[in-house]
Design a protein around this ligand. Structure first.
Ligand code: K1U
Ligand code: ZN
Length: 169
């Protein structure tokens, strides 16, 4: 297993639309294992393949308190949704920045797991937020896109400055 590099906003590769996976094979299962390793190393609760520069519709997640409930969503689709709720969000691709985002409060998702089996899942709370956030990544969308242009520019300048400082040291 390997810890992969997570792309950071405003990297244009984060804007790539992921393609559906048409063959769930060992290379997809290796990607899934590496994504879990990366998510844990970065102390996240979710990760989309887009964030590690792989443009296929693969998401890993574990929102459980004990980090013992891994979830894999391949080619996910929201098939029902209800209500709206505003929640604080973070993102491993927008490090150390948090903002309030409005999303559906309850969703029903269908997807394939790493064995190619179809499942549906109902979600609310952090799980629902995280699924919607990760599905946005697969469409090339980031939580900062829900903010005002001024707030997004501020975050972008701050992260670009941090990247310049890191490159010098
Ligand atoms: O970068 C990512 O897509 C992962 C992201 C998922 C997410 C969590 C919560 C709200 C929206 C999106 C994170 O893991 S953010 C960091 C985190 O570990 C965390 C955030 C909120 C609650 C618990 C953990
Ligand atoms: Zn994210």
């Amino acid at each position: 297993m390997a810890v992969l590099t997570v792309l950071t906003f405003p990297d244009e590769r984060l804007r790539t639309k992921a393609k559906p996976v048409n063959d769930i094979n060992d290379s997809i299962r290796t990607l899934v294992a590496d994504m879990f390793e990366t998510m844990k190393a970065e102390r996240g609760v979710g990760l989309a393949a887009t964030q590690v520069n792989v443009h296929q519709q693969v998401i890993v997640m574990d929102v459980s308190d004990d980090q013992d409930t891994p979830l894999v969503f391949i080619n996910p689709k929201v098939i029902e949704q209800r209500g709206t709720k505003i929640n604080e969000e973070g993102c491993l691709s927008v490090p150390n920045n948090y903002a309030k985002v409005e999303r559906a409060e309850w969703i029903k998702v269908s997807a394939l797991n790493e064995h190619g089996e179809e499942f549906t899942m109902e979600a609310e709370g952090l799980l629902a937020v995280c699924i919607q956030h990760e599905m946005d990544h697969l469409q090339g969308k980031l939580f900062v896109d829900y903010l005002s242009s001024l707030k997004r520019q501020r975050i972008m300048k701050k992260l670009e400055k941090e990247a310049r400082i890191a490159a010098k040291s």
